[in-house]
Design a protein around this ligand. Structure first.
Ligand code: SAM
Length: 245
């Protein structure tokens, strides 16, 4: 009944409080570190996610584990005055940064901010046209429960997009990526954010996350239909899509 966590084995119930500590710690420098560590590529991964999100004016969108609000800001522009976007995250420090960014981007009129746990979403059944969870699912303790919760709050015909680190498809890339994750990443985390531990957690949580095929099966088991996925940057990241019928 244990899971890997930053090179240690810790009981599952401790995972949530460790994750809370990590994101409380990284929140102020999260956006800077994202750009730095991914060399800006996370913007392209998110652009593709928005392309596949099928969001239209008037839609209701949930950006779950939305953190500092990158996706929520873009969706706010698309849904317009008749739509609504909910930026939801479990962590108050990440949400505080997200709320400020939404305000600064002029999104206050059609966005709401909610502190929620993905495993038990406090929304009515059949509420959202689209749910996105970007780089969030791997941090959730009970992923199956979270997926079922997302399905419940999606409208019939609505879709879920899971953007997440995945498994590189070519061995040489995989080796290079491992070196980057376990050597470069914690050092950069230490140098820029004075926080090697959080960035060690990042590397370890990526390694523990289910691969492309496993996550697709998990979505199907949770009840999503027409599930598929798209590898990006050689499978370092994958975008999974599933529909509620
Ligand atoms: N989606 C944003 C992005 O792509 O930049 C933020 C991603 S950040 C790596 C992961 C986020 O997941 C954190 O803000 C964290 O607080 C949130 N998170 C972790 N566990 C969660 C849970 N059980 N429910 C909701 N959010 C959670």
């Amino acid at each position: 009944n244990t899971t890997h966590f930053g090179y240690q084995q810790v009981p599952l119930q401790e995972k949530a409080s460790r994750v809370a500590g990590v994101f409380r710690s990284v929140a102020p420098k999260y956006d800077l570190m994202n750009d730095l560590l991914s060399m800006g590529i996370h913007r392209a991964w998110k652009r593709f996610t928005i392309e596949l999100a099928g969001v239209r004016p008037g839609h209701t969108v949930l950006d779950l584990a939305g953190g500092t609000g990158d996706l929520a800001i873009k969706f706010s522009k698309i849904v317009g005055d008749t739509g609504q976007v909910v930026l939801a995250d479990i962590n108050e420090a990440m949400l505080a940064v997200g709320r400020d960014r939404l305000f600064d981007a002029g999104c206050s009129h059609n966005t709401r901010v909610a502190q929620v746990n993905a495993e038990a979403l406090p929304f009515e059944d059949n509420t959202f046209n689209t749910i996105t969870i970007a780089f969030g699912l791997r941090n959730v303790t009970d992923k199956e429960k979270a997926l079922r919760s997302m399905l419940r709050v999606l409208k019939p015909g609505g879709r879920l997009l899971v953007l997440e680190f995945s498994k590189p498809v070519h061995a040489p890339l995989s080796k290079l990526y491992d070196f980057y994750s376990f050597n470069v990443l914690p050092r950069l985390g230490k140098a820029v954010a004075n926080d090697a531990d959080s960035y060690r957690y990042l590397a370890e949580s990526i390694r523990m996350h289910p691969d492309q095929a496993t996550l697709k099966s998990m979505m199907e088991d949770a009840g999503f239909a027409r599930c598929d996925y798209f590898n990006m940057t050689g499978g370092i990241v994958a975008l999974h899509r599933g529909f509620k019928v």
